[in-house]
Design a protein around this ligand. Structure first.
Ligand code: GDP
Ligand code: MG
Length: 163
């Protein structure tokens, strides 16, 4: 079985940009995945000889009770349940938000391994990028730039090693 990586985070942190980079825009829906629901965005990627599946989630607004945000949160929860490892993406330019903390609480309860990834880190010092996010209690944040590719290989290596 290929490990399944779910990309989780609030809207606009760069989940889809990372998804496209990990799947190299092949973006193909994976045809045959027993047990996995089809209404999310699945792709296939490969690091060297190691294939993996990646799920792009629409966004995460766990407080919404109805409407599109509620639907998105539901899909994200399903993706988390299916995943072997969660890549939790936050925005290094915006810094930590209350919403990030809410997502952290949810992920803690879900009990899946989590890799904390600070995106949009190109051109920023690691100490400046990371310092905000230690308080989430998810270990050392990994700094990446999904747009430029910096740090993505190391991040993927870490995710696959704990999947
Ligand atoms: P999603 O809502 O989490 O899927 O986020 P998107 O992938 O749609 O990206 C949201 C915005 O952030 C877009 O304008 C992207 O171009 C931008 N973005 C994504 N990754 C990066 C990055 O590594 N660096 C910078 N500076 N911008 C990024
Ligand atoms: Mg998106």
């Amino acid at each position: 079985m290929k490990p399944v990586i779910a990309l989780v985070g609030r809207p606009n942190v760069g989940k889809s940009t990372l998804f496209n980079r990990l799947t190299r825009s092949r973006d193909a829906l994976v045809a045959d995945m027993p047990g996995l629901t089809r209404d999310r965005h699945y792709g296939e990627g490969r690091m060297g000889e190691r294939p993996f599946l990646v799920i792009d989630t629409g966004g995460f607004e766990p407080v919404a009770k109805e409407g599109i945000m509620h639907q998105m949160a539901k899909q994200t929860k399903q993706a988390v349940a299916e995943a072997d490892v969660i890549v939790f993406i936050v925005d290094g330019r915006q810094g930590l938000t209350p919403h990030d903390k809410t997502i952290t609480e949810f992920l803690r309860k879900a009990g899946r391994p989590v890799v904390l990834v600070v995106n949009k880190a190109e051109g920023m010092k690691y100490s400046a990028v990371a310092s905000d996010f230690y308080e989430l209690g998810l270990g050392d944040p990994l700094a990446v730039s999904s747009a430029h590719g910096d740090g993505v290989h190391d991040m993927l290596d870490e995710a696959l090693n704990i999947a």
